[in-house]
Design a protein around this ligand. Structure first.
Ligand code: UN1
Length: 513
């Protein structure tokens, strides 16, 4: 038996030794080969999940399509009511779900709870939005005509999510898609299939209580091949995919090939600029949490610190001191700051990155390494590392999903720092630490950060759900979550109505018969 109440959490969430990783209608099934979910916390096998075969997938599509036919006719505020109930259920299940996230993915329990909180928050946001799916009205150029636009549901939305936010990113998509009148098919990461099963069980409970078909929320499981069933499927008008840039390029091309829409949230290479006017204490908290939180496995994790030469040594010393306080270990134990990486494959990539930065001429100032011995049996625990490097290094240009922080030095003024910050292929999150108004405003201006997220006196990670989340360049350009991100989940229709007995043509064209 597992300690930390994980056993109880699994039971409450309806996770069995073997789970059906496919659900549709009122039945769960999945007849493909089993995948095993191992915990990076202690290396134990948690449970197995049957994957989705092509035949299973067809059944899911049929269930989703038929559910869509009724769901889209339900008034949006009534769909919001279902999402409200889903948010309430998440409040009930917050602790067990947070625990499962922590145990299956390896992030700290606090961050697991934080992830469920993001789900609850997006549900609340979506409920309000369900009465605000506004279109514009325009003045027609023709007399006796009225012109307006409306947003209609889009159809079946395919969601492909990553292991690092195994539940929240699904909720960002699904809560919005549901109030928009869409139904969802979700393929969670094959590294965190149990989080998918748990969320599906909670959604199914709410749908059942409301006599609604479970096809409104569908789950499929497996590796990229199962995802490809969706990206190739013309019956799915929108694919929302979160993951690596490599994956995103394939998804984008496949979906564009059939003129579908895609919403991509891909890699980041996020930096914090630290200017001579920075508050050092705030910088240390923001940078250290950004670099080692979730063991450096957030899209928004801080990868680069761009520090002015005049304060470089001071900042470096403060960060190095903070790293010495970090406790690495079981993420369910709240006194630890850093948990494991997702698997040993991720550990190998971390090690390779550290070798590479040295080979390219970087200098390690906080040693990395894989931890061994009691409590570290899974082989997934690594020491957060810091290297002094150059922005031009290949490894610095590359996103490594691990707790490695690169210190970069800038001379001159803040425009030099901004050039370094923008001098990577990715464009997700960015931050500046400064109390200088001119520097802050320049950073946020058209000449400033080229990222989708740009913060002042806050780190790069930990965005709130109320803003649009996503980034530019190789990050993929998509926006999820808050603001008007809902629009991509709907189709827009322009309506012109003539209430006269004449038929004047637009652009003044005369066509007499
Ligand atoms: C991600 O890493 O894919 O801003 C999402 C953050 C979180 C979401 C991260 N709210 O760090």
């Amino acid at each position: 038996a597992l300690d930390f109440g994980v056993d109880t959490a699994l039971k409450v969430l309806g996770i069995k030794k073997t789970n059906n990783g496919t659900s549709t209608g009122s039945t769960n099934f999945g007849s493909g080969e089993e995948i095993s979910s191992y915990s990076p916390v202690d290396g134990a096998l948690i449970a197995k999940v049957n994957t989705t075969t092509n035949a299973d997938y067809e059944k899911v599509l049929i269930a989703a399509t038929s559910a869509y036919a009724t769901w889209r006719t339900k008034p949006a505020p009534q769909r919001g009511e279902i999402v409200r109930q889903f948010g309430d259920k998440l409040r009930e299940y917050k602790e067990p779900l947070g625990k499962l996230v922590s145990y299956e993915m390896g992030k700290s329990y606090q961050e697991g709870l934080g992830e469920v909180q993001e789900m609850i928050d997006i549900c609340d946001f979506a409920v309000g939005l369900s009465r605000q799916l506004h279109g514009l009205t325009m003045h027609s150029e023709r007399p006796g005509h009225r012109m307006y636009e409306q947003y209609h549901p889009l159809g079946v939305v395919g969601i492909i999510s990553a292991f690092n936010f195994p539940v929240a990113v699904w909720a960002w998509n699904t809560a919005l898609a549901w109030i928009c009148g869409d139904v969802c098919i979700w393929k969670p990461s094959e590294k965190t299939p149990l989080c998918g099963i748990a969320c599906q069980n909670i959604a199914a409970e709410v749908l059942k209580a409301n006599n609604l078909p479970e096809g409104i929320s569908c789950l499929i499981n497996g590796d990229y091949k199962v995802g490809e069933l969706m990206t190739n499927d013309v019956r799915i008008p929108l694919i929302s995919a979160t993951g690596s840039t490599r994956m995103g390029k394939i998804v984008a091309q496949t979906v564009a090939g059939r003129l579908g829409k895609s919403l991509l949230e891909l890699g980041g290479n996020n930096a914090i600029i630290v200017t001579p006017d920075a508050d050092i204490k705030m910088t240390v908290i923001g940078a250290v949490f950004g670099a080692v939180g979730t063991a450096g496995q957030r899209c928004t994790s801080t990868r680069r610190l761009i520090i002015h030469e005049s304060i470089y040594d001071k900042v470096k010393t403060a960060i190095v001191d903070a790293y010495k306080q970090l406790r690495i270990g079981n993420p369910l134990d709240e006194k630890n700051h850093v948990g494991p990486l997702i698997d040993t494959g991720a550990v190998a990539m971390y090690q390779k990155a550290l070798e590479k930065v040295v080979a390219e001429g970087g200098k390690i100032i906080i040693e990395g390494g894989v931890l061994e011995g009691k409590g570290y049996e899974s082989g997934c625990y690594v020491k957060p590392a810091i290297a002094e490097a150059e922005n031009s290094f290949e490894i610095v240009q590359h996103e490594t999903f691990a707790p490695i922080l690169y210190l970069l030095k800038y001379k001159g003024d803040v425009t030099d720092a901004i050039a370094i910050q923008n001098g990577v292929a990715q464009g997700l999150s960015s931050a500046i630490m400064t109390n200088n108004l001119r520097e802050a405003e320049l950073f946020l201006s058209a000449n400033g950060s080229d990222c989708g997220i740009a913060n002042v006196n806050i780190g790069t990670s930990g965005a709130e759900i109320g803003g649009a989340f996503g980034g530019e360049k190789e990050t993929g350009g998509g926006r999820e979550s808050g603001s008007d991100a809902w629009k991509i989940y709907m189709r827009r229709q322009t309506n012109t109505i003539n209430y006269t007995t004449e038929l004047p043509l637009a652009q003044g064209i005369k066509f007499d018969l």
